[in-house]
Ligand binder design. Structure first.
Ligand code: PGA
Length: 348
């Protein structure tokens, strides 16, 4: 059963001026939601202003919630309030709330987030759970990355339900930096997470749950990332404040529907052949998957050849991000060498 793509726009603490909200709402309303679920996470101050503004089925997902309900909880948002306002989703676990960005306040632990998840689901809401590793973990290699993600997922394991939970894998080093995980890196990590879920929860859950990629996703890199088999959507920050958000939604909807149409090799041919454009998209999608697979096999060969230590895959020597933005806005990445642009990934 193919997974329906899902793309979220995380406005974070934007815009400063509420007069800009109309423009941002228009970006979301411009999305075609017929083949892709769309949600948007307005800032806490603005969520009540815009929650009824979406005309295309896009859902509102606040960026946090409490786990106690209404009452004397200053500064909090209750799941019950969200329900009463007709909301269906809530985002939890973003690294900016876990404390990855140096918050001076205590970080939200994985255990706290599991409590929040349970509370949300019990109240009748659905939940997007963000997870992801910081740069020093990525530099230790993919096994360390998986271990980090597992630590974040484990307390939530009892509550995972493919109809009610979406996982957003967001490598911290790629958030707001312009450095996107390469399709091979994203596919490898998503696949490992899915395999872990199959082992620890059930193969059915693992096959059905949607895993979004987040971290400098934009209209330029959406096609290559969408072509990765285990990438089911995006959690988009910066680009969700721009008109290109609708392009990201359109791209993944198209790539996934072409891939689904082309996927089962033993399926009888469809009566109406796909358009040349669709057939081309399916071929490119297949090619991107093969390329990602080749990179993974190459990595496995290198790791097998290493006798002393496993081959670490720092961002600088990993398969280079295909769409590396030249401007790195994060000082945290100032030390990261700029990879060269990979022509082999520029398939679309
Ligand atoms: P970004 O943010 O797209 O600006 O990197 C993603 C996120 O933090 O959810």
């Amino acid at each position: 059963m193919p997974r329906r793509p899902i793309v979220g726009g995380n406005w974070k603490c934007n815009p400063e001026d509420p007069a800009k909200l109309d423009e941002l709402v228009a970006n979301i309303n411009a999305c075609d939601t017929s083949e892709c679920d769309v949600y948007v996470c307005p800032s806490t101050l603005h969520v009540g202003m815009v929650f009824q503004s979406f005309t295309n089925g896009a859902k509102v997902a606040p960026q946090n919630c409490n786990f106690k309900g209404c009452g004397a909880f200053t500064g909090e948002m209750a799941a019950e309030q969200m329900m009463s306002m007709g909301m269906e989703w809530c985002l939890i676990g973003h690294s900016e709330r876990r404390g990855e960005f140096g918050l001076p306040t205590p970080a939200e632990s994985s255990e706290l987030l599991a409590t929040k998840m349970q509370y949300l689901l019990d109240t009748g809401l659905k939940c997007i759970l963000a997870i992801g590793e910081p740069l020093p973990v990525r530099e230790q290699g993919v096994e360390a990355v998986l271990a980090h993600c597992v630590e974040q997922l484990k307390p939530c394991l009892p509550y995972l339900d493919a109809d009610k939970v979406v996982i957003a894998y967001e490598p911290v080093w790629s958030i707001g930096t312009g450095v996107t995980a390469s399709p091979a890196q994203a596919q490898e990590t998503h696949k490992l997470i899915r395999e872990w879920l199959a082992k620890e929860k059930s193969p059915e859950l693992a096959a059905a749950i949607r895993i979004q990629y987040g971290g400098s996703a934009n209209a330029k890199n959406a096609a290559e990332l969408s072509a990765c088999e285990d990438v089911d959507g995006f959690l988009v920050g910066g680009a969700s404040l721009k008109p290109e958000f609708a392009e990201i939604v359109a791209t993944i909807a198209k790539v996934k529907s072409s891939a689904n149409a082309a996927a089962p090799a033993d399926q009888p041919a469809v009566a109406e052949p796909a358009s040349e454009e669709d057939a081309q998209a399916a071929r490119l999608s297949k090619l991107a998957n093969e390329m990602a697979q080749e990179k993974l096999e190459e990595r496995a060969r290198l790791e097998a050849a290493a006798t002393v230590a496993p081959v670490a895959v720092p961002v600088s020597s990993a398969p280079p991000p295909c769409e590396l933005e030249k401007t790195m806005t994060s000082p945290r990445l100032a030390a990261v060498e700029t990879p060269t642009k990979s022509s082999s990934c520029s398939i679309l």
